[in-house]
Design a protein around this ligand. Structure first.
Ligand code: B12
Ligand code: SF4
Ligand code: SF4
Length: 352
């Protein structure tokens, strides 16, 4: 464990060239600050693009209960089953004091779409992010556990009962955009989030100023009107929900507006000005695998399980399965086949 007296030697160095600073006693830096700095350095080493920290002690009501009570979760009953855990991380990890949030950029340009293909959302073009990111996240959790004797942690990505966007906003990773996703000021919203709950006390970061202003482009661009209020998505109207999570029939009001999207939906993100100049991910796992970004509709309709597995194995598309993806492809084929969803909102990568 790094003690307070050790931490002084790890504090911010005096500015070079300032003679008067030499000999002046440096301010002691608390162990919570030293630990926080060490965790951020470790997160960067592990490949995460951003890392922030929030205090557990200040959990607040940010509309989660109201969202569930309005039925906006559709039939995702796994959210209601874990409602209490999602409201109080201390129930998941007794003694939790801090939430460390990490973000990883996944964006790359969409490969050219041949005629007769559908669109898969950018987040699903490569290796499943749950698998790709859990190992480095657990390494970060192990690092946290090593900071204090008896320290405990809980690491999760997406599937754990932790409300990642709420914590990301409080940990200063970015702000909750009107499309309800976290926007990082440089990376935009094309980021995966992961969290580590920890019993170690850490110096928190401050929330970021919301950068949406008067803009409402995502709300106007959403083809189904699923963004019913700023930061509030009604899953029952959302193409992402129906094409990924819904196991039954897709209502016409949504199906008629799916355009070419056979898995997920990126339209509100493509429309957002903060996503106009995204960075290409440096994680090779997330780059598009052959035929995944724009799968041929005929193959989705006629291909067998062996073809589906060969194409989508290890990617998030497996969540919908052959049956769900085939249902989506049939809707897309019956409508428009020009692979046009999101057209007009093309992004140009920044040169690195
Ligand atoms: C359920 C779920 C969905 C559902 C519901 C989406 C939703 N908007 O809630 C569906 C299936 C529709 C979905 C779709 C997508 N999802 Co999703 N999803 C989740 C999951 C598992 C839980 C989210 C949840 O609890 N929602 C309930 C809301 C009410 O609670 P919340 O998350 O705490 O966030 C709210 C509060 O913070 C609140 N808030 C905070 N301050 C304030 C202030 C005010 C005034 C108000 C009103 C609200 C407010 O606003 C937030 C949004 O409502 C998370 C992972 C996780 N464990 O958190 C991923 C997650 C949110 N999804 C993610 C992604 C990538 C997507 C898609 C882009 C995938 C795609 N391309 O198709 C779409 C985007 C659709 C959209 N615009 O939301 C990422 C988002 C990353 C990011 N940059 O923010 C996450 C974090 C997964 C991850 N680990 O990376 N998803
Ligand atoms: S993911 Fe698509 S359908 Fe859902 S809110 Fe965004 S634009 Fe609307
Ligand atoms: S499109 Fe505009 S309102 Fe929507 S998230 Fe982006 S900046 Fe905010």
């Amino acid at each position: 464990m790094i003690s307070d007296s050790d931490s002084d030697s790890l504090g911010a160095p005096a500015s070079p060239g300032h003679a008067e600073a030499e000999g002046r006693r440096r301010m002691p830096v608390s162990s919570t600050t030293v630990h926080a700095q060490a965790i951020k350095a470790r997160a960067a080493e592990l490949g995460f693009d951003a890392c922030g920290i929030a205090l557990v002690s200040t959990e607040v009501d940010d509309g989660f209960d109201a969202w569930l009570d309005a039925g906006f979760h559709a039939d995702m009953n796994w959210i209601t089953r874990t409602r209490d855990l999602r409201q109080q991380v201390g129930l998941k990890l007794p003694g939790a004091q801090s939430v460390v949030v990490v973000a990883r950029n996944y964006w790359s340009p969409r490969p050219e779409a041949p005629p007769g293909t559908g669109q898969v959302s950018c987040y699903a073009w490569g290796r499943d992010y749950h698998r790709a990111l859990i190992k480095p996240l657990r390494q970060l959790a192990g690092f946290l556990d090593g900071l204090e004797p008896g320290a405990q942690s809980y690491a999760s990505i997406d599937s754990g009962p932790v409300r990642e966007r709420t914590w990301a906003a409080r940990a200063g990773i970015g702000w909750v955009g009107k499309h309800s996703l976290i926007i990082h000021p440089e990376l935009g919203s094309w980021i995966f989030l992961g969290t580590v709950l920890s019993t170690v006390a850490l110096a928190p970061d401050s929330p970021m100023k919301n950068g949406c202003g008067e803009c409402r482009t995502c709300m106007d661009a959403c083809p189904t009107g699923a963004i019913v209020a700023p930061r509030t998505v009604d899953s029952r109207q959302c193409i992402a929900y129906h094409s990924i999570e819904n196991k039954g029939d897709i209502p016409d009001a949504v199906g008629d507006r799916m355009n070419s999207q056979v898995f997920g939906c990126d339209i509100c993100q493509q429309a957002c000005p903060w996503n106009r100049t995204p960075h290409v991910t440096d994680c090779a796992d997330f780059l598009p695998r052959p035929n995944v970004a724009n799968p041929p509709l005929d193959k989705l309709l006629d291909g067998d399980t062996a073809w589906f597995e060969a194409t989508f194995n290890g990617t998030p598309v497996r969540r919908a399965g052959l049956e769900g993806t085939r249902r989506n492809a049939a809707i897309v084929k019956a409508g428009r086949m020009d692979n046009a969803a999101g057209r007009g909102y093309e992004q140009t990568a920044v040169s690195e």
